[in-house]
Every structure is written in C-alpha cells, then in structure tokens.
Design a protein around this ligand. Structure first.
Ligand code: HXC
Length: 258
C-alpha cells in the first residue's frame, strides 16, 4: 500500500491487520495518520474478502495520543472551523467489526481510538489513560463520553481529572478490555478472534454489531424494539435458515453470505 503512517495487510481467514506505524513518535496520531486510517478502514469495510479488522500499534505503544507537536500552536478559530478531530469517529461508523489490540500506551487520543473499536484486547503491560488535563486540555474524541460507559463515573473521573493511567488488569476488571494476553501473543490472538467473527454470516455479524451499538444511543425500550426488529429481519436470510438447519442436522453450517 502507499500509506506512510500505517501498514495494512490482508491475512488468511478473511481478516485484515492494520498496524499504526510512527515508531519515532510512539504512534502519535497526526492528521495524515488518521486520514490514512480512515481511507484504509473505509476500503476494507467494502471489501468482500474482509470480515473483521484488527488495529494494533507496537509493543511499546498502541498510540500515545493526538500529535502534541501538531496541536501545539493551533488557535481556536482554526480548531473550530476545521472541526478538528471530528473525522476520527469515522472509524466507529463502519459496519465491519473492529478489534483494537493494545500493547503499551493507549493515552489520550490513543485510548479514544481504542474505544472507537468494537472490542479492545490488551497485552498484559498495556496502560490506558486520558492525560489531556496535564496539557491544559480535555479529551476531544469521546474520552469523557465513552470511558464513563465502559468503566463507570468514578474511575472515568479519576482518569480524566488526574491523568493517572490504568493497567490492563484494571481495564479488564472494569470491562473496558474484553481479554488480556501475553504481550507477544496479543496480535495473533486478536487475529484469531477476528477469524472467528469472519467465519459467520457477514450480514448477520453486521446486524449484531449495529444492534449492540444502538444501546449507546437509545433508551432500553427503544433499544430492545430495535433489536427485535433486526432479529426478525435475520429470518429473511438464507444464512439464518442454514444456521438453524445445520444445528438440527448436527453438522457445521456453511454460511453463504460472507
Ligand atoms: C507527539 C509524541 C507524543 C504525542 C510521544 N511523543 N507522545 N509526540 N505527540 N502525543 C514523542 C516524544 O516527543 C518523543 O519524540 C518520542 O515520542 C518518544 O517519547 P518519550 O516521551 O521520549 O518516551 P517515554 O519517556 O517512554 O514516555 C512515553 C510517554 C510519553 C509516557 C507515552 O511520551 C508521553 O507522556 N506522551 C504524551 C502522552 C499524552 O499526553 N497524550 C495525550 C495527547 S493529547 P522526540 O522527538 O522528542 O524524541 C490528546 C488529545 C486528544 O491525545 C484529543 C482528541 C483526539
């Protein structure tokens, strides 16, 4: 690929691996990197051979935040009129499931980027934090909103108001992280999970993702109704019939829509 700040690789089992790659800056998320990440994920989202995407960094840093050197001399009017960082959330809008495989630091925008993904897996030395307060600013890409939903108010407030970091173990106990793995196994395990997801019917996987994500935006009653309607719509697919028929016939299903 022609990217300079990320590496994109399609792997066997219908999965893709994106590696954030600015080793000299601990993968600080400069504008070109985010633009490349958006370009790559939008293309992979439409790629019929890709059922899930893993996003990772290096063993030292998933990403140490937005690029402080790039932001240093920004002024308010420019930040406002360019709607600075609004396009980061593009990642959360794709239909293909995304897994963040976090080793090392996931700080500020790095933690927010991980939270834009559907599942966070962590290496046992990962550290999560929102240290913007130390720079005289606050999280700008959902840190104050998504973190509280993941870890609760008291912990989110601690991280946002003190800049303290949270260990992988604490993040898993609180539910921010789905699973922890040894540092060197993390990416392989994330790819394994991605392949597992990719083995199922692609439209049904995307419906499940859409239904889970709806819980962020809706009341319980509206969310359950939305879920039920999508559940009903799975009955319009051949893959739903195949999945249940295979169970009844005691064989593995062969999903048609991938
Ligand atoms: C630009 C960064 C950077 C960042 C690290 N670097 N983080 N450059 N932006 N966010 C650069 C350093 O300047 C240095 O380059 C090189 O990466 C290595 O970093 P060191 O600090 O020397 O490494 P170390 O001593 O191991 O410390 C690691 C660290 C520290 C604890 C992660 O780098 C750190 O505190 N970084 C900043 C974390 C942070 O505040 N993130 C939030 C950013 S604000 P040179 O060239 O000097 O050697 C944010 C707002 C988001 O994210 C808003 C919405 C998107």
């Amino acid at each position: 690929s022609s990217y300079e700040n990320i590496k994109v690789e399609k792997k066997e089992g219908r999965v893709a691996l994106i590696e954030l790659y600015r080793p000299k800056a601990l993968n600080a998320l400069c504008t070109p990197l985010i633009n490349e990440l958006n370009d790559a994920t939008e293309k992979l989202d439409l790629d019929a051979d890709v059922g899930a995407i893993v996003i990772t960094g290096s063993e030292k840093a998933f990403a140490a935040g937005a690029d402080i050197k790039e932001m240093q001399s920004k002024e308010y009017i420019n930040a406002y009129t360019t709607n600075m960082f609004a396009n980061w959330a593009n990642l959360s809008k794709i239909q293909t499931p995304t897994i963040a495989a976090v080793n090392g630091f996931a700080l500020g925008g790095g933690c927010e980027l991980a939270m834009l993904c559907d599942i966070i897996l962590a290496g046992e030395k990962a550290k999560f934090g929102q240290p913007e307060i130390k720079l005289g600013t606050i999280p700008g890409c959902g840190g104050t909103q998504r973190l509280i939903r993941a870890v609760g108010k008291s912990k989110a407030m601690e991280l946002v108001l003190t800049g303290n970091m949270m260990s992988a173990q604490e993040a898993e106990a609180k539910g921010l992280v789905a699973r922890i793995y040894p540092v060197e196994d993390l990416v392989d395990e994330a790819l394994k999970m991605a392949r597992q997801i990719s083995s199922f019917s692609k439209p049904i996987v995307q419906m499940a993702k859409e239904a889970v994500n709806a819980s962020y935006e809706m009341s319980l009653e509206e969310g359950c109704r939305f879920e039920r309607r999508i559940f009903h719509s799975t009955f319009s697919t051949e893959d739903r019939l195949e999945g249940m028929t295979a169970f009844v016939e005691k064989r593995d299903p062969t999903f048609k829509h991938k």
